[in-house]
Design a protein around this ligand. Structure first.
Ligand code: NAD
Ligand code: MLT
Length: 318
């Protein structure tokens, strides 16, 4: 049955192509960005649907406030971590997202971070800005011939594998669902985690954050890794135990780490701050999807799904 979405509240900054497409299909759009929760609870009573990215949390409280009016919450992004899905289901609210729209961007950031752990371009660039010429201090290592472990062989994991393989890395990986044949097609040797730990020079995680993946990289698993392993997390904060990496950096077990995501964003905990400040860490503020191309893609995908829920096919005017 068509949902008859007429009024949409946009809660976080999404590309204008989303608004244009919705309005071309007779859907009225209101922008109210980053509302405090009390105001959001008030506002949702007047809308059929809401669109969020990461900043706005659609909690049980917000969904209860919107009960009777809110029919859909759309996320212009991959996960639905900031939406209380069970509460949405309880209130008959459809939750939709745009998996895939930002995969290439998240993959490319991952590859750049892997590269920046091999060649210290970030501190070297900073030293130049400070007027220094320190060639010895910033020597690096080649990626060629090194082993990259990809944990989570979905959309992003496989794209990372394909790219890093062309740099001459050996790609090994683990995923409980992806088949050996699917992994092989992306140039990945599928293995068990226990086989992976002692082989990896670099580990990059591309799983959702679920109980099975929380602290996938921990003191216990790092102990099974090579001395000097490097770790990258462009997936979700919490998949890598930050304290374990910090301890590993101090002991030399971990030679470098790169993070785009954190258990709390923006980071507030002393552990996350110590990690970000560590000289062997490259940190970015959740930029995986922050490219113009990905933002247009996810914006259009979310609008297309709203239009489809109204029982119509999107039409494009140039
Ligand atoms: P996906 O669903 O395509 O792939 C995830 C893979 O993880 C699946 O193949 C699944 O089988 C696998 N998996 C599940 N449990 C596992 C386990 N215990 N061990 C190993 N693998 C397991 O997801 P995706 O689109 O590739 O996204 C991967 C991650 O990146 C997600 O956490 C997503 O939220 C995140 N992401 C981050 C950014 C960013 O801006 N940093 C952008 C997009 C996506
Ligand atoms: C996602 O879930 O799509 C990414 O983490 C990026 C984002 O939050 O925009």
């Amino acid at each position: 049955m068509p949902l008859n979405i007429k009024k949409v509240l946009v809660c976080d900054a999404v590309d204008k192509s989303c608004v244009e497409l919705l309005e071309q299909h007779g859907i009225n759009v209101t922008y109210k960005l980053k509302l405090p929760v009390e105001e959001l609870c008030q506002e949702v009573k007047s809308f059929d649907a809401a669109i969020v990215r990461s900043d706005t949390k659609i909690t049980a409280e917000v969904l209860a406030a919107g009960s009777g009016s809110l029919k859909v919450v759309g996320r212009a992004g991959a996960g639905v971590d900031n939406i209380d899905v069970p509460a949405a289901t309880a209130h008959n609210v459809v939750v939709l997202n745009t998996p895939g729209g930002n995969s290439i961007s998240a993959c490319e950031l991952t590859c750049i971070l892997i590269g920046s752990l091999a060649r210290p371009v970030v501190p070297a660039g900073q030293s130049m800005k400070e007027g220094r010429w320190d060639r010895k201090l910033y020597a690096g290592t080649e990626l060629y011939g090194k082993t990259l472990a990809v944990l989570g062989l979905g959309r992003i994991g496989r794209e990372v594998a394909i790219r890093m393989k062309t740099w001459g890395m050996r790609i090994i990986g683990y995923d409980p669902i992806t088949t050996e044949a699917e992994a092989k097609a992306a140039g990945i040797e599928k293995m068990t985690l226990e086989e992976i730990w002692p082989l990896a020079d670099y580990i990059t995680v591309h799983t959702p954050l679920i109980p099975a993946t929380r602290n996938l990289i921990s003191t216990e698993t790092l102990a099974k890794c090579k001395q000097g392993v490097k770790v990258v997390n462009v997936a979700r904060g919490g998949i890598v135990d930050e304290q374990a990496v910090l301890d590993g950096l101090e002991s030399g077990k971990v030679a470098g780490a790169a993070f785009d995501v954190y258990p709390e964003e923006p980071p507030k905990s002393a552990v996350t701050k110590a990690l970000i400040a560590h000289p062997k860490v490259v940190a970015t503020p959740h930029l995986g999807a922050s490219t113009s191309e990905a933002q247009v893609r996810v914006a259009v995908e979310v609008a297309e799904q709203f239009i489809a829920l109204n029982g119509t096919s999107p039409k494009y005017t140039t």
